[in-house]
Design a binder for this molecule. Structure first.
Ligand SMILES: [Zn+2]
Ligand SMILES: [Zn+2]
Length: 346
């Protein structure tokens, strides 16, 4: 291999950049620069970061600190394939020292740099957090049930649904989509929301699961920059009937499997499936619940009818044989006793 000399410094070299050796080429070139001190604003409550004139969702504190440094790095315009390693070290509650190691190349010549920058955090409460702490809300979702009290289970699920909807909206950047507070009442639960839109979304999601209906009542609460400000109350009523209710629908006794816009279930006398639009039903009455079922002995199976021993009167009762029955005589089945007679449960 032929050794060559650098025409600039006269040293031996085997690789040349712009006809000079690596050292001469890199010379005073700087891969990157940074201000000695970098400033940033973070919300101490939610970690939001003030960036480009507005509050934006932040991440882990160290990641945010690193991002402040990166945003302020001045990278050599000719540099390519730059790799950065940032190591933040907390000095006190509002100061970090960030050690930056950088590697890259300029016209193929490797170049690196090491810089230390100080980050100073100004802790400021963001718009959303100040609204939250100020008790701000735009809507109330009042969850009740029609002609009954909502069950504890239903309310728990409603709150979980509401929290899920709020979290998804916040992930999409709707920072005001927060739940300000929830109030448990004997008749249901009130969910206070930071955004009208969120109230509506929660209602829709709850109704997707449970059915029910809502009425909206807006109330003028003031003005801002000449625009009327409203607060909306969504009164949501969960359906009267829930899964497991035994109801009489226009003369047919069914066990409810779902109740929303439609009532679905099993016709207990025949075992056939039942599905009707709730509003088309004329006369609906609750008779019993699956939880009230008792065990009874199946005495005989006569094909079209069966005989059941009433566990209370010890009388043998003949009822129509439902399609779903698969138990042999002599075994126990679940029955409900209602004002319309005895019914076998699937
Ligand atoms: Zn040289
Ligand atoms: Zn905040």
């Amino acid at each position: 291999m032929v050794r060559s000399f650098c025409p600039k410094c006269g040293n031996d070299a085997d690789v040349f950049y712009d006809n000079v050796c690596h050292q001469c080429f890199i010379g005073n070139k700087k891969l990157l620069g940074s201000p000695q001190i970098v400033y940033g604003r973070i919300c101490p409550t939610c970690g939001s970061v003030f960036r480009k004139g507005r509050w934006q969702i932040g991440g882990k504190e160290e990641d945010t600190v690193n991002s402040f440094v990166k945003e302020n790095l001045e990278l050599n315009r000719d540099a390519k394939s730059v790799e950065l390693v940032l190591t933040p070290k907390q000095l006190d509650y509002s100061r970090y020292k960030v050690h930056v190691e950088a590697k890259g190349e300029i016209k193929g010549a490797p170049i690196d740099a090491v810089i230390d920058t100080e980050v100073r955090i100004s802790w400021e409460t963001c718009d959303t957090c100040s609204r939250i702490s100020g008790g701000y809300f735009e809507g109330i979702v009042q969850i009740r049930a029609d002609k009954r009290l909502p069950t504890h289970e239903e309310l728990k699920r409603c709150v979980a649904i509401a929290e899920g909807v709020a979290a998804r909206s916040q992930e999409k950047g709707d920072k005001l989509a927060f739940i300000a507070r929830t109030e448990e009442l004997p008749e249901g639960i009130d969910i206070y929301v930071g955004l009208i839109k969120l109230g509506k979304q929660i209602c829709r999601a709850v109704m997707d699961t449970f059915g029910g209906k809502i009425t909206e009542s807006p109330k003028l609460v003031g003005q801002k920059n000449g625009v009327d400000l409203y607060r909306i109350t969504y009164a949501l009523r969960l359906p009267e009937f829930v899964r497991g209710d035994i109801i009489n629908v226009d003369g047919t006794v069914i066990e409810v499997q779902g109740c929303g816009k439609h009532v679905s279930g099993i016709e207990l006398e025949t075992g056939k499936r039942f599905m009707e639009n709730f509003n088309d039903l004329m006369d609906v009455k609750k008779l019993s619940r699956r939880d009230d079922a008792v065990s009874a002995v199946l005495v005989a199976d006569e094909g079209k009818t069966i005989q059941v021993l009433d566990p209370h009167t010890y009388e043998t009762v003949t009822v129509r044989r439902p399609e779903f029955l698969s138990v042999e005589p002599g075994n126990e089945i679940k029955i409900v006793k209602t004002e319309n007679g005895i019914f076998v449960l699937p």
